[in-house]
Design a protein around this ligand. Structure first.
Ligand code: ZN
Length: 157
């Protein structure tokens, strides 16, 4: 009982109307690797958006990777850094919490600005289009930013 799989637009996941193809990097290897280009189905009206989004993710893959790796390292460094910045008589705890909150908020803001997908085809299939996937990644960024700000507020509590 298998129905013939109908091609869906990678951007909106719609299968209405005429679809064309666009060549985009799929499954970009992290951290490096040449992006592998593949043809995917897309509405003509979504072609340039889908293309720009996929190529941007491939272009920033290294930077994004270092930020993802670097963030926990910086968070771990927040404790000795807090001790250093607090100085004698200062609150190490407040400084450390403040640094961690700031980092989480910045990380969230980065994700809002660069809501990338490295496996756009997979993301599109799973979530129902890259457009929706990008919104979900952005929502994650908003949640991360709010969480970071809440942690930051603890530093002043
Ligand atoms: Zn579409």
């Amino acid at each position: 009982m298998s129905e013939p799989r109908k091609e869906k637009c990678i951007w909106c996941a719609g299968d209405d109307g005429a679809l064309t193809t666009v060549e985009v990097p799929v499954d970009t290897e992290i951290p490096a690797g040449e992006p592998r280009l593949e043809e995917v189905a897309v509405h003509p009206r979504h072609r340039s958006e889908a293309r720009d989004y996929c190529f941007e993710a491939a272009r920033y893959v290294k930077r994004d990777f270092f930020i993802v790796i670097g963030m926990p390292v910086l968070v771990a460094a927040a404790i000795p850094l807090g001790q250093l910045l607090a100085g004698p008589g200062g609150s190490e705890r407040a400084w450390s919490i403040g640094i961690i909150g700031s980092l989480l908020a910045l990380n969230g803001a980065y994700v809002i600005r660069f809501p990338h997908a490295y496996t756009p085809r997979r993301m599109s299939l799973l979530i129902g289009g890259l457009k929706r996937g990008r919104q979900i990644v952005r929502l994650g960024g908003v949640a991360g930013t709010l969480f970071g700000l809440a942690v930051l507020a603890l530093a002043f509590a």
